[in-house]
Design a protein around this ligand. Structure first.
Ligand code: CA
Length: 356
């Protein structure tokens, strides 16, 4: 009896200590599949940063292994990987999945739509996050803003586009809603995975391709194989997404849920900043490093037709897809309130201060 009490006490204390620390020290191993290759900065580096932050904040106990497309071989299969639980997480773009439902498109961007600050305002303060949750919830997925590329360039063309006629039969890689718009103008549209784009344009499988902007486009080698670089209309604020399997998330200890959400938001913000910096730097070097490249804006009549076809397709889709209609109308309502401030702040500032 004399010896049992201290033993019992020690045992109780050990148990108490264990139960207090067990939660925070639970070892979790997750896998993430991304659409991109291993060297696709700032997309791939955003994912690595997120995984590093999660590892650091959990003191090395919550580890997320990142698989690039070269490993899982299915760049556009991220949605299904995460839905089926083969991967707990993914990093991809919502608009790659419009074949399932056009309602996935507006969480990436809309042609002639919001700029990046406007869209972030909508996501975090205008009901965007709630609508994205509503669209992904029936799929067993959580979706989070996963970084923004900034305004994208309109693409690389081997021949100059001088009229609507030049678009007829043109074979071009362009994903999402913009691809539907260009189809309406006679373009033969495909969505080739990023890793195959250079070869497709180089061998003439396609005549034109859009990817992102100067930083990522130059590293793809496009200036070597196409001379005409067009300004953007189709992806003014492309947001990529982190997808998380909802069941796997629910099973995480609460502090790991908080760690994951914090890491995602920080990494996403970091991507936007990096994308801006890297594009500005690449653009600064363009004339010297790629003297063959001629920058063009689509002619007025082409842009007018792109705008008209976008409006027509949006109305057509809204008529048959109430969910898409609600999302698009939510963005329009937010823009109605926010665009005046964009005009009054950045737009007028630049107009008044840019040298001609
Ligand atoms: Ca793009």
């Amino acid at each position: 009896m004399r010896f049992r009490t201290p033993l019992l006490l020690a045992g109780l204390l050990a148990g108490l200590t264990l139960s207090l620390s067990l939660h925070a020290q639970e070892r979790i191993r997750w896998k993430l599949a991304m659409t991109w290759g291993p060297n696709a900065a700032p997309l791939s580096t955003t994912v690595e940063k997120m995984a590093d932050l999660v590892a650091d904040m959990s003191e090395g106990n919550f580890i997320i292994r990142v698989d690039p497309a070269s490993r899982h071989k299915s760049p556009f299969g991220i949605f299904d990987f995460v839905k089926m639980g083969q991967y707990e997480m993914g990093h991809t773009a919502s608009y790659y999945y419009i074949g399932k439902d056009m309602a996935f498109q507006p969480f990436t961007t809309m042609p002639f739509g919001m700029t990046v600050p406007e869209q972030y305002g909508w996501f975090y303060h205008g009901g965007g996050l709630e609508l994205m949750a509503e669209v992904y919830e029936p799929e067993g997925l959580l979706a989070f803003p996963g970084g923004n590329t900034g305004n994208q360039m309109g693409g690389w063309f081997r021949e100059e586009i001088e009229s609507l006629e030049d678009l007829q039969g043109l074979r071009m890689r362009v994903p999402g809603f913009a691809g539907r718009v260009l189809s309406g103008l006679g373009v033969n549209v495909t969505n080739i995975p990023p890793g195959e784009l250079y070869t497709a344009l180089n061998t003439g499988t396609i005549d034109a391709a859009e990817w992102v902007g100067p930083d990522m486009d130059f590293r793809m080698g496009f200036p070597e194989i196409a001379d005409y670089y067009y300004t953007g209309w189709h992806e003014p604020a492309s947001e990529v997404q982190f997808l998380v399997n909802a069941e796997a998330f629910a099973e995480l200890p609460r502090e790991y849920q908080a760690i994951l959400q914090t890491a995602i938001r920080l990494a996403a913000f970091d991507m936007y900043v990096r994308a801006y910096h890297r594009n500005a730097d690449a653009w600064r070097r363009m004339a010297e490093e790629h003297p063959n490249v001629e920058v063009r804006t689509f002619p007025g009549p082409v842009l007018a037709e792109l705008r008209a076809e976008t409006a027509r397709l949006v109305e057509e889709e809204k008529a048959g897809n109430p969910l898409f209609a609600r999302i698009v109308e939510s963005k329009e309502a937010y823009l109605e309130q926010a665009r005046d401030w964009t005009r009054m702040s950045d737009y007028l500032y630049l107009q008044d201060n840019l040298e001609e």
